[in-house]
Ligand binder design. Structure first.
Ligand code: AVJ
Ligand code: FE
Length: 434
């Protein structure tokens, strides 16, 4: 988007905010009030907490900070502050009820549209290029993906429906070889990039091979059949400890009943073998990679495979170029409520022929979540800064549950290595030994 105030930027912002709200409304309007306020998992908030938290963040950043308007509900900031209350405890809070929450977020949004009409996009760092509006839209969409994970954990009859993803179109077996050399990682120019994606910096990457597609359910079944969960030698020490303590024996939501079946948003179904595997933790991904004689890519390797253009030596916004994703490029935006089979998005491939880096499933990398050299938190330390360190592993590329406003080749996600409720799978890499 351009830097100065233009009607097109105003309209872009209004439309991404509107799309985010439509998504939140679908996810919270498809269940009754009991389900909205219930705790479906101790790992997740009640959906009604996410909804009010979305509105409260929007109020704080856009109504109060940017718009300098009178607070609407300053009294609820504490209740919807993620750092004050762990997810497991949120059902016990005196939360706003479903109707009060819907009223609250609607009033916030009405005020925000007024603020949007009177904001210039060339002023402070916060509003330049519409950044803080983009940040708030990305925040709502990140919670929409979290709410989708809550739906997946919820028991009971299905409430969400979606068209089937496209079918496999091309053969994506084998590897791509990424030559040794430097590339530009991260960004200093993408106007809506979040703080942890900044600044752009040069990184050397040795030659490596990366699979052209994520690991599929069928490949994962071979690992299961070969006793992968019972072979300690395949697991890291913390991985094996976790596998034993939590009695892991298959991806989350899988069940063996003659054949492998799964539960997906309330449906019970056979597991499609050519779809990327998901609901595996980092330790399971690592064990699979050892079994296959390969390894997970580092974060820098993943980003080079996704962004580096061998013809120009520059880094793209997406594997296919700089154009915004269309339905042909990637499985994003909760359009399909599952990953597409590998080979379903030939138009989304990178120049070196790596497919489905964006969309379908988040991909675990071997990297810890660290700040890039020159990082400065912006605008708040609690987005990324407080999470840097060796507690979290980085995930890249987004899933079918991720909206395009919160996805690009530089986008970084992170989670604990034991987490499985997120829509995460992985792809394999290996060193080239000469
Ligand atoms: C980037 C997905 C790890 O959900 O904890 C939402 C996003 N930050 N509200 C999270 C986020 C603040 C964050 N992740
Ligand atoms: Fe949040």
């Amino acid at each position: 988007p351009p830097l100065e105030r233009t009607e097109s930027l105003r309209d872009t912002i209004a439309s991404v905010l509107e799309r985010a709200r439509a998504r939140s409304t679908t996810l919270t309007g498809s269940v009754d009030d009991v389900d909205l306020t219930a705790q479906h998992s101790r790992l997740m908030s009640p959906l009604v907490w996410d909804l009010a938290h979305i509105g409260n963040q929007e109020e704080q950043w856009l109504v109060r900070t940017v718009g300098e308007r009178t607070p609407i509900r300053a009294d609820i900031d504490e209740m919807y502050d993620a750092f004050q209350h762990p997810r497991a405890d949120r059902p016990q809070l005196p939360l706003l009820g479903p109707d009060a929450t819907r009223d609250y977020i609607r009033i916030v949004r009405e005020k925000v549209l007024g603020v949007l009409d009177s904001t210039s996009f060339d002023g402070t760092p916060l509003t330049s290029g519409g950044f803080v509006f983009g940040m708030v839209a990305q925040h709502e969409q990140q919670h929409a993906e979290t709410m989708l994970a809550t739906h997946q954990l919820r028991r009971g009859a299905p409430v969400l429906t979606a068209p089937n993803p496209p079918t496999a179109d091309v053969d994506v077996t084998g590897e791509a070889i990424i030559p040794a050399g430097s590339f530009e990682m991260g960004t200093s120019s993408d106007l809506w990039a979040l703080d942890n994606e900044r600044p752009a910096h040069t990184v050397w990457v040795d030659e490596f091979a990366i699979d052209r597609a994520p690991v599929t359910n069928g490949q994962y079944m071979e690992f299961l059949a070969d006793g992968g969960y019972d072979r300690q030698d395949l697991w890291s020490a913390p991985g094996w400890e976790h596998r034993c303590a939590s009695e892991l024996n298959a991806p989350l939501f899988w069940r063996h009943d003659g054949t492998w079946r799964r539960r997906r948003f309330g449906y019970e179904e056979p597991i499609p073998e050519n779809e990327p595997v998901m609901h595996v933790c980092f330790y399971e991904a690592e064990a699979f990679a050892n079994w296959a004689g390969k390894r997970l890519p580092t974060e820098a390797e993943w980003e080079k495979a996704a962004r580096w253009d061998p013809a120009t030596g520059t880094s793209r916004r997406y594997p296919w170029g700089d154009a915004e994703p269309t339905l042909d490029h990637a499985n994003l935006g909760q359009r399909h409520l599952q990953p597409a089979p590998v080979g379903a998005y030939p138009a989304g491939a990178s120049p070196l022929g790596v497919h489905q880096l964006i969309g379908d499933v988040w991909e675990w990398t071997s990297s810890f979540f660290h700040a890039y050299p020159g990082f400065r938190f912006f605008p708040y330390a609690e987005y990324s800064d407080v999470f840097f360190g060796e507690d979290y592993r980085v995930l890249r590329g987004g899933s079918f549950g991720t909206d395009s406003v919160a996805m690009r080749g530089t986008f970084r996600n992170w989670d604990y290595p034991i987490r499985r409720q997120i829509f995460a799978g992985f792809r394999l890499a290996r060193d080239i030994t000469t």
